[in-house]
Write a protein that binds this ligand. Structure first.
Ligand SMILES: Cc1cc2nc3c(=O)[nH]c(=O)nc-3n(C[C@H](O)[C@H](O)[C@H](O)COP(=O)(O)O)c2cc1C
Length: 247
């Protein structure tokens, strides 16, 4: 954070509750982040060993909000709808929410959140035709981003099941969609979807993306002996790849 200071870039911190129930570090970590200059702190209210199993413990978000008073505290975990987000803020007092899996195949969730926090009841409930158009636009953005149509199309494959969740799209078309190589392929397949099929309601809502079982956390030798890092441990942290944390 100190290294970022000259660039005037706000640095935010996101964390889990701790390694496991016996090692809950989020209150200390939140206070340290605040006193070190973080612009905001976000908590995914699960431990590392929980992985994506069980449910997020929103009461921890409330405790963090009480402990960290000088910067915004954002809550995260199991927000699947705008109503969940409003409920999290009401139950925990957090200043904002972070959405993870809930927006997979559902980018309009953010419009729902904006409406809900503005006190409006309208929600985006797209037809299959609108979902197909959104999926197509998402694929085009990916191709632009990667400057590579084949790569963009490979990437969009994993989103397709999330976009179609609950809609009447048979296994054949889902299978073909999951093998698209070009935007032209995608156009042909989207053309086979029934554009008038309405939003399927509850079947399209709810959990999506990763779930799963608790995991055994493996820590570097001596990691729990002392809360202060040795120079060797510091070097280890500096080398760590951030993608091993898995959020
Ligand atoms: C596609 C995807 C990418 C993610 N990438 C990150 C990441 O780079 N860093 C991080 O801290 N968490 C990451 N997460 C975890 C989420 O930010 C979030 O903490 C977690 O999914 C729990 O929230 P949820 O229950 O709303 O999904 C990612 C989650 C998803 C689904």
């Amino acid at each position: 954070m100190r290294e970022a200071e000259p660039y005037d870039v706000p640095v935010t911190v996101k964390m889990r509750m701790g390694i496991d129930d016996g090692h809950l570090t989020y209150l200390d970590a939140g206070r340290i982040a605040a006193s070190s200059g973080a612009a905001a702190v976000a908590l995914h209210a699960r431990t590392v060993s929980q992985a994506y199993s069980g449910t997020a413990d929103w009461s921890a978000i409330a405790r963090l909000k009480e402990a960290v008073t000088s910067i915004p505290v954002l809550g995260n975990g199991d927000i699947w709808s705008a109503e969940d987000a409003v409920r999290m803020v009401a139950e925990t007092g957090c200043d904002g929410v972070v959405v993870g899996r809930g927006c997979l195949g559902r980018p309009w969730l953010f419009a729902d959140l904006a409406a809900a926090f503005a006190g409006r009841s309208e929600r985006v409930r797209p037809t299959l035709g609108e979902v197909g158009a959104t999926l197509r636009r998402h694929a085009a953005y990916l191709c632009d981003f990667y400057e590579d149509e084949a790569k963009g199309c490979r990437d969009i494959r994993k989103h397709i099941a999330w976009y179609l969740k609950g809609f009447p799209a048979g296994s054949t078309i889902r299978h073909r969609l999951a093998l698209v190589n070009t935007l032209a392929d995608l156009d042909d397949l989207i053309a086979d979807l029934d554009p008038a099929a309405p939003w399927p309601g509850a079947d399209a809502e709810g959990q999506r993306g990763r779930s799963g079982n608790p995991r055994r956390v493996v820590l570097p030798e001596g990691w729990l002996d002392n809360p202060d890092l040795t120079p060797e441990q510091r070097a280890l942290v500096a080398q760590a790849e951030d993608d091993v944390s898995g959020g």
